[in-house]
Write a protein that binds this ligand. Sequence first.
Ligand code: IPM
Ligand code: MN
Length: 361
Amino acid sequence: MKTYKIAVMGGDGTGPEVTVEAVKVLKAAEAKFGFKADLTDFDFGGERYKRTGEILPDSAIEEFRKFDAILLGAIGHPDVKPGILEKGILLKARFALDQYINLRPVRLFPGVETPLKGKGPKEIDYVVVRENSGDLYTGTGGFSMKGTLHEVAVQSAVYTRFQVDRCLKYAFEYTRKYGKKARGVGKENTLGLVGKTNVLTYIYDLWERAFHEMGQKEYPDIRRDYYHVDATCMWMVKSPEWFDVLVTGNMFGDIITDLGAITQGGMGIAAGGNINPEGVSMFEPIGGSAPKYTGMGVINPLAAICAAQMMLETLGEEKAAKKIEDAVKFVTANKMKSMAAGKMGYSTSEVGDLVATEVAK
Ligand code: IPM
Ligand code: MN
């Protein structure tokens, strides 16, 4: 039997509560699909930081390297200055483990409300491949004359050809495998590059050249589109059905995927994967730690469950992943009243039970 070593990091606020439900569903899938998830808990997060001053030590990163994947709840604590835990845990893990892809599906499940008028699951069905290792996130910068009237702040966006190429390769391969034609819901598999070639004439010039070179040479079967990022925001609202797979840099990807998340029903349902195709990947619900709902049993666990679903898909347990996706769709379509915390018509653990029961069927 195939065994996967999974590191579970519930983290802060409602993170641990939703992670428990994701694990519940994982266990249901394990029994049914004949693999084993060997889970190890890690308590990194705000509480541990407050208690010990430790954020995410290098030894933990070394430990993580021995796992097949990491399942993360949420990071962020009301008593800890914003940025410390996000940088020290989330970004540290992403960079140290070289999780250079941030995969963020924007899919509206049946029965889920979207703020986009007249759009349904057929229209809101695309994926953003966000580069996760470069851009403004790793660019150098600093202040000079800080605190004076002449203060200067600089923060540079940085991309290497290597970073761009490996991200594009992942995006093209992903499109070939999971594009709209491959999934039987469209005529073509399309990869759209989201950039800003009219202003960021170095960074996105590099992206655009690399995109067409690779596409022409190695992926002639995949249609290539280009969109400026500002226009992309308009089309994400007006005509999301145009999109299939989008690929973009780290900063634009961060911004447009929050817009995408709200169109798919909000933070209760949106999941993401920080993927190192050759290494250890980390999967997370992309909503925050929601401190005000902590311990009340009202938070929506579906995003965490979808994170576990993506984890199984990435690990190669495609059948189990498909089953979980179908189970989530069944529950959103037939059971839950809303995706919002406290308005689901069920408690956090009841939602987990509903999905687990469907998976076990
Ligand atoms: C995300 C978050 C992070 C990011 C923050 C918390 C560092 O917004 O995962 O999108 O900017 O990548
Ligand atoms: Mn973000």
